[in-house]
Write a protein of this length. Structure first.
Length: 720
């Protein structure tokens, strides 16, 4: 078929589709047809509360559904889809979009369960899967064939490596961004619809002098993808938006087809995703977006909260619905969450009301030190388990991964099994292992494994070369002798060896204390390595600073390394034969905890210099997003909620911490303060009391072992 005939057929198809649309519009079928509830298979009034019922039965035209935490938004969306299908809307005319494959699968399964059959033809899935499906049909319009391949993150990094080689970029003269880092920069710029140069200037200032080079890499990366007929995940969205804006005929056909569009988690959309949704809804206007501006916490992924805040202004006669009946958390927990989020200026005001029975007020627990905070949490976990709460129904949440380090150490000591969400356990993290390897060669200059890891961190030194260097320095009896050796390797490797020696020399200056040595190691070329290698280098440096703080409690390097190594192995060995079987509590960053819930939640390390995150405060809207994070963490708890923080930090030189701003904003009447009092024996025993209650001393299993009368003491200070 020649191109002119193809065009004629395609045009005829569009005309026919438009004629069908106008006929349906004249009948006003899809806007007026409703379910005869008396004949429906589903008893909507019985199955839904009044708020949900209004959305399900009246969700025509542009609709904004503000669904508070635990208010049944998934239930509302799936019943809405079932309602539309029972009203006579063909499944292929419905588009249901969400963010994760898990959420999409759950929604489609629920719809199938309601209708007792899968609605064949229903368009449901993630933004990326929907984009892939549409682009397969119209690939030629965006410069690809329908057989294009999709690059995952590893593929993308490999292609960027090829671009670096083709452009002959010298990555050895200074620490150049790694392929992973370059891919992160390019991806953020594209998802935020910002020039790469602007992103580098604002978010990667340390590489601002490399802007022209990085821009060339980005341009070649795009060209190589087109040449290879491949797309990365960002292309799926960007090219679909391009298709909809640049090809009116295709846009109109798709907008005709999707007579009802439902979007989940709308507060997490970026500008590209919002543009796609608006274009697909441009004819029928039946666009129902569900989300909670109070839970918008992904700006670092280019999510744009303005999409949900501006929705009523972008769509005339928008119907706004509120889902505020919370089926998750006790009233006392919601009272704190409501009061906290009220402090934000840019939001839709709403107040969550609990459907659950009353429980205890959330507990506010100042601890003297981070170690005492960890001990308190561990003891409380064992008490909760003894009271019948499953370990998997207990979670400890934190703003940043390094906040959990003391707790992880304490849990391993006590043989309490845990699962870590949002990354690896502290001592399994690559950067922690790197620094431990530096300390190991200082303690034992003949440690071949540690040397191999350390040398591999420096430019010009690969596995083979590292082995050659180790062979040449093995005769050294001390680390001082080892770093004075002149090794015979290539010129690039000699430079890398010299850099490694400089790093070790810095650590050896002055008192050879573990904490000091860690700080010296991360102050020079290793810091440059992290910055160039990892997009999250700042978080990794925070991890290592916390590691240094922990190490300040040790005066002897060998004892410190023994403690780290033995504790690691201890946790691994005991986990296999633990008395808790396979049951594990959860440790998680707050970002990873969104969408989840537990009976008991600890929100730890709530100091004002850690949460809100100081770096976030430097960004526009950063404070309000940090408060939304606090709100999300609070609303993960069903029955019991603990807020903890250490009053002091450090060992040799103590610094005093204020409680988080977000704790200070909560009226004291909504919290119950717990005062921890340390007793000298047994060694891992502590006590806590509430207000004027008697001091109840608890052992490691949470059993009472003695009582005393109320004492008068400053909050946490007298325990130092």
């Amino acid at each position: 078929m020649d191109s002119s005939l193809k065009g004629l057929v395609f045009y005829s198809w569009q005309v026919a589709g438009a004629m069908c649309y106008h006929v349906l519009t004249m009948k006003e079928f899809f806007l007026t047809q409703t379910v005869d509830l008396s004949k429906s298979k589903i008893d909507y009034q019985k199955e839904l509360n009044n708020e949900q019922f209004k959305v399900v039965t009246n969700g025509n035209g542009p609709c904004l559904v503000l669904a508070g935490a635990g208010s049944g938004k998934t239930r509302t969306i799936t019943y809405r889809v079932a309602y539309l299908i029972e009203s006579g809307v063909a499944p292929e005319n419905i588009l249901l979009v969400t963010f994760t494959n898990k959420a999409a699968k759950e929604m489609l399964n629920r719809v199938e369960g309601l209708l007792h059959a899968f609605p064949q033809g229903l368009w449901g899935g993630t933004f990326h899967s929907i984009a892939n499906r549409l682009l397969r049909q119209h690939a030629s319009e965006v410069g690809h064939t329908s057989n294009f391949t999709i690059l995952d993150q590893e593929d993308a990094k490999s292609l960027i490596k090829i671009c670096l080689k083709e452009l002959k970029v010298d990555t050895t003269s200074r620490r150049f961004p790694s392929p992973a880092n370059l891919q992160s920069m390019i991806s953020y710029a594209r998802n935020a619809s910002l020039p790469l140069s602007k992103v580098l200037e604002s978010r990667y200032q340390q590489f601002s002098d490399l802007i022209p080079t990085i821009e060339r890499i980005g341009e070649l990366y795009e060209a190589r993808k087109r040449q290879a007929d491949s797309m990365d995940f960002d292309d799926l969205l960007i090219l679909l938006r391009h298709l909809l804006f640049q090809n009116p005929m295709i846009r109109e056909r798709l907008a005709n087809q999707f007579q009802y569009i439902l979007v989940d988690e709308y507060q997490d959309t970026n500008v590209i995703q919002a543009d796609i949704v608006h274009q697909l809804a441009s004819i029928h206007g039946n666009i129902l977006v569900v989300g909670d501006d109070a839970q918008s916490i992904y700006s670092f992924r280019a999510a744009e909260i303005k999409n949900i805040l501006r929705f009523p202004n972008q769509h005339q006669e928008t119907s706004v619905y509120h889902l505020t009946t919370n089926y998750r958390s006790a009233p006392e927990i919601l009272a704190v969450a409501n009061r906290s989020i009220q402090q934000n200026m840019h939001q839709f005001k709403k107040t969550l009301e609990s459907f659950c029975p009353s429980c205890e007020k959330p507990l506010f627990v100042p601890a003297a030190t981070a170690s005492q905070e960890a001990q308190y949490i561990a003891e409380q976990v064992m008490r909760l388990r003894k009271e019948g709460i499953s370990m998997c129904e207990i979670a400890v949440l934190f703003r940043a991964a390094f906040h959990s380090q003391n707790l992880e150490f304490e849990l391993m000591r006590r043989d309490i099994p845990y699962e870590y969400r949002g990354g690896m356990k502290f001592f399994e993290r690559a950067h922690v292992k790197d620094v431990v390897s530096f300390l190991r060669i200082i303690a034992n200059s003949k440690d071949e494994t540690a040397w191999m890891r350390v040398l591999g961190l420096f430019p010009g030194i690969g596995l083979v070369t590292a082995g050659k260097i180790v062979q040449q320095i093995q005769s050294a009896e001390t680390i001082d002798e080892a770093i004075k050796k002149e090794v015979k390797v290539g010129s690039r490797a000699v430079f890398g060896w010299q850099q490694s020696c400089v790093t070790v020399k810095k650590a050896l200056v002055g008192e050879r204390l573990p904490g000091k040595m860690i700080r010296e190691i991360i102050s020079g070329s290793y810091r440059d390595y992290l910055t160039a290698e990892y997009p999250d280098s700042a978080d990794r440096l925070d991890d290592l600073e916390q590691f240094a703080v922990f190490a300040e409690g040790y005066k002897d390097l060998h004892k410190f390394l023994d403690e780290v190594s033995l504790t690691e192995n201890y946790g691994v060995e005991k986990e296999q034969t633990t008395t808790f079987s396979e049951e594990k509590m959860i440790l998680s960053t707050i970002h990873q905890a969104k969408g989840l819930e537990w009976d008991a939640v600890f929100l730890m390390h709530l100091t004002d210099n850690k949460f809100p995150n100081p770096r976030a405060l430097q960004e526009k809207g950063g404070l309000e997003e940090e408060r939304r994070l606090f709100y999300v963490a609070t609303t993960r708890a069903r029955k019991q909620l603990f807020y903890t923080y250490p009053i002091t930090s450090g060992y040799d030189s103590l610094s005093y911490n204020q409680p988080s701003l977000f704790l200070q904003e909560i009226p004291k009447s909504l919290l119950e303060e717990v005062k921890i009092k340390t007793i000298s024996e047994p060694s891992h025993t502590s006590a806590w009391r509430r207000n004027d209650d008697p001091i109840i001393v608890l052992d490691d299993l949470g059993e009472r072992i003695s009582k005393s009368s109320p004492g008068s003491f400053l909050r946490g200070v007298d325990e130092l």
